[in-house]
Design a protein. Structure first.
Length: 170
């Protein structure tokens, strides 16, 4: 492992877009892959009291269909180009990542943008996802190590948003 003083990041470019978004571009041409990582400054601590888990559930549902593709169609189209899409929320931020082959840039960008700009949140997908989450919560209660952190955070942070349960965190 390199010592911190010898660690150097590859060259990158930084730009501020008109909408205020900061863009960091780090080009690596050794592999024919395109990878995107988006970080939004809002996570589970922004969930309203009584609606804990909203950020986490919302992020998880992004892959479950858009205005123009069902969940199955979206997964099929993503798999067809060998792409990957993931979204999740932590306490402090929400992240979205996507990766696909450079030759599939146009299709990959569509599959990255569509859930962000045109999410569907279809009732059937929301209900199915919430049932899966509830099953996970019930199963976790059988193992102390899965619930210990939530109790510890509640004790440590009290009524602060860090002390509330927030669903699955990355």
């Amino acid at each position: 492992m390199k010592s911190p003083e010898k660690l150097q990041l590859p060259q990158y470019r930084k730009a501020r877009l008109p909408n205020g978004m900061t863009l960091l571009l780090m080009e690596q041409h050794k592999l024919p892959l395109v990878s995107f990582d988006l970080i939004l400054r809002s996570g589970s601590i922004a969930d309203p009291a009584g609606a804990e888990g909203t950020a986490s559930v919302t992020a998880s549902l992004l892959r479950h269909g858009t205005q123009s593709r069902t969940a199955g169609e979206y997964s099929h189209d993503l798999d067809f180009i060998g792409g990957a899409f993931h979204a999740g929320a932590t306490a402090d931020y929400t992240s979205v990542s996507a990766e696909f082959m450079r030759k599939d840039l146009a299709a990959g960008l569509d599959l990255l943008a569509e859930p962000l700009l045109e999410p569907a949140f279809a009732d059937v997908e929301v209900v199915k996802h919430l049932r899966q989450r509830m099953d996970g919560i019930l199963a976790a209660k059988d193992q102390a190590q899965h619930v210990l952190a939530a109790y510890f955070n509640g004790y440590l942070f009290g009524g602060h948003p860090y002390g509330r349960p927030a669903g699955r965190r990355r």
